[in-house]
Design a protein around this ligand. Structure first.
Ligand SMILES: Cc1cc2nc3c(=O)[nH]c(=O)nc-3n(C[C@H](O)[C@H](O)[C@H](O)COP(=O)(O)O)c2cc1C
Length: 217
């Protein structure tokens, strides 16, 4: 049963702008050490500079799994999806090429050979974080996957799902001690071109990830 709120916990709201005076009930202060997830959420920050080393295969695997990995025998994935229809595609851009993540077999399919990171950075309005990262995970969605069931809400659900997926990747990066930033400012068409995706896709997020720079603690 819910404990009754203590009378001491109830204080009047300060009125910074002549506010309504609504009653506040204070919440227990979250302890970042109380669960591993508390600690990861507390530690997550957007980090735009990276060290020289590339990511290990284990790190790359964990990031992609956190975004779209299959986590149940029924085929459920790490991030929620409206109607379990999964409109999101993850594409990895690194020094070797452009790779599509294939959740069903937890593998990367090589789409384009060659380093496209400079082109991706220029599509992202020259952002240094994209230029300097050893790899970027791009989150895109195909609203048509949801359209039959969700009609005019399909695009909205794609945006919501991209947020879930990106946050999972960012929290995994934090848990692994990596640096990452969500990037939403880019030229959509140019990004789709680099990712080798057609116009049925919405380019929604770029997630440059790398090791933190040396000496950044
Ligand atoms: C939708 C969205 C788009 C963003 N786009 C960019 C971006 O293009 N470039 C960038 O450096 N940071 C971008 N950010 C990161 C924000 O600048 C960052 O989250 C904010 O400053 C708060 O800092 P924190 O993430 O460390 O808590 C974006 C964040 C969101 C949620």
């Amino acid at each position: 049963m819910e404990p009754a709120p203590s009378p001491q916990g109830r204080v009047r709201a300060p009125s910074p702008a002549g506010a309504s005076g609504a009653r506040l009930e204070r919440l227990p202060r979250p302890d970042p050490r109380s669960t591993p997830l508390h600690g990861v959420i507390a530690a997550r920050r957007s980090r735009r500079e990276f060290g020289r080393r590339g990511l290990t295969d284990a790190e790359t695997s964990a990031l992609l799994w956190a975004g779209q990995g299959i986590t149940s025998v029924e085929g459920g994935r790490a991030a929620p999806s409206a109607g379990a229809l999964y409109p999101i595609t993850l594409t990895l851009v690194d020094a070797r090429g452009v790779w599509r993540y294939v959740p069903a077999v937890h593998a990367l399919a090589l789409e384009e050979v060659g380093d496209r990171r400079a082109r991706l950075a220029s599509a992202a309005l020259g952002q240094e974080s994209v230029a300097g990262a050893p790899l970027t995970i791009a989150v895109s969605a195909r609203p048509a996957v949801l359209a039959a069931r969700y009609r005019e809400r399909a695009e909205r659900y794609c945006l919501l799902e991209a947020g879930h997926v990106a946050q999972n990747v960012l929290l995994m990066a934090t848990a692994l001690g990596l640096a990452a930033v969500p990037v939403g400012a880019f030229d959509d068409e140019a990004v789709l071109g680099v990712l080798a995706l057609g116009p049925a896709h919405l380019a929604l997020y770029l997630l440059p990830v790398g090791a933190p720079p040396a000496g950044s603690g």
